[in-house]
Design a protein around this ligand. Structure first.
Ligand SMILES: C[S@@+](CC[C@H](N)C(=O)[O-])C[C@H]1O[C@@H](n2cnc3c(N)ncnc32)[C@H](O)[C@@H]1O
Length: 381
């Protein structure tokens, strides 16, 4: 039993079953034993200690294209004199390091740039310092200094695989009320339990975006934590005339289903088996995030699939360019391109939500007036 599992079991014995939200929050962010707090979990299957990988860790091209996206927007915004570039959950700092390598090609952009990281993990902050030493670190968007929140400075925000790490709750539809799925203890093992049926405590946005038809046994996932961050982010972008890219796995239209999952050493494991030792995530409901942004007054572009977004930004051209410069690495670069964009790899499952202040020009990478690019339900949940 992991030390955290013993503490969770003791808490359940004293206080009763834990909501999935509280279980996930403890498993990921407990200051002593939370998954992200003391370790660096990124790595290929061959790396000792690596549990999963992410797009910026797959290829430098991901960060380069996101960096070019920022420069393009800044240029079309008439080159504001101060830009705060904020990343939520920067992991090892690889994405920002790749973005900044592109940014230095445009000195008028990079010279005035201020980089801010929102990161709670002390171990990952150390990693980020190695790659982006000049960044400034903050616990939440709310603790950004007043000059970032209220200045004339423009804000650009990037979040890659951040929202999927924020806790969720699960609710089972019964046809006669909802039963929340909780974590209980049975024979010294953590098990799922269900509360008695009751009226749901969904937010107004979640309620408005429930699927139109549901049958008994269907599961809805909700996340007060994700909604709160999206509200903070939207308020910041409205105040500072900013824009954000949110990239993650998830779905663009209301869906039912259980997407709560745990990963360790690149294998799926039971989410209750090893709290603190396995990564826990759930798919992101982009419809909810987009609606929160729109309610705040932002323009939300229809969600794009990661593959088409990166290709629209020039992924194929960049891959060819890199392969020409280093022919010996050509096969590796083309396989990285496929990993990021192929429909059966990250290309369809991962989505990109772009939101912007209404005064800003259209964001690159999104096709004008396109419907949201959805993935069949069986591929997502
Ligand atoms: C899956 S990793 C993604 C890392 C990186 N964006 C990448 O693509 O490689 C999730 C990141 O979010 C951070 N994180 C998780 N929960 C957080 C929270 N509540 N507040 C701030 N950062 C958080 C983690 O420490 C980690 O840096």
């Amino acid at each position: 039993m992991t030390p955290l599992k013993a503490r969770i079991a003791a808490k359940i014995q004293t206080d009763g079953a834990l909501s999935l939200n509280d279980y996930m929050a403890m498993a990921l962010s407990d200051p002593d034993d939370g998954y992200y707090m003391q370790r660096v979990p990124f790595g290929a299957p061959t790396d000792a200690g690596g549990d999963f990988t992410t797009a910026p860790e797959v290829s430098q091209m991901f960060g380069e294209l996101v960096g070019a996206w920022c420069i393009d927007l800044w240029d079309r915004m008439d080159r504001p004199s101060t830009v705060n570039l904020i990343e939520l959950g920067p992991g090892r700092g690889t994405l920002m390091a790749d973005m900044l390598r592109v940014a230095v090609q445009v000195p008028a952009f990079s010279a005035q740039l201020q980089v801010h990281f929102i990161e709670t993990s002390p171990a990952l902050r150390e990693e980020q310092k190695k790659r982006v030493p000049k960044a400034r670190w903050h616990e939440t968007l709310d603790t950004l200094p007043p000059n970032v929140q209220h200045d004339d400075a423009v804000t650009l925000v990037i979040a890659n695989e951040f929202f999927d790490a924020l806790p969720i709750t699960q609710h089972e539809y019964t046809g006669n009320g909802w039963r929340e799925i909780a974590v209980d203890i049975e024979n010294d093992e953590l098990v799922y339990a269900r509360t008695p049926p009751h009226a749901p405590a969904f937010s107004d946005v979640q309620t408005a975006l429930l699927p139109t038809t549901m049958k008994s046994g269907d599961i809805i996932e909700a996340s007060a934590g994700r909604e709160k961050v999206m509200q903070q982010l939207s308020a910041l972008l409205m105040r500072t005339r900013g824009a954000a890219l949110i990239i993650d796995y998830g779905y663009s239209q209301p869906q039912t289903g259980d997407s709560f999952q745990a990963m360790r050493h690149h294998e799926f494991v039971h989410p209750l088996a090893e709290p603190g030792a396995a990564d826990l995530t759930a798919h992101v409901n982009f419809a909810v995030l987009a609606r929160i942004a729109a309610n705040a007054g932002l323009h939300a572009h229809p969600t794009a699939q990661q593959g088409s977004f990166l290709r629209a930004l020039g992924l194929d051209q960049r891959a060819t360019q890199l392969a020409n410069v280093t022919p010996e690495a050509g096969n590796k670069i083309m396989s990285e391109r496929d990993r990021l964009a192929a429909p059966d790899q990250m290309g369809h499952l991962f989505k990109v939500l772009g939101v912007r202040h209404p005064d800003l020009p259209a964001l690159a990478g999104f096709v004008a007036n396109a419907p949201p690019e959805e993935t069949p339900a069986e591929e997502t949940l």
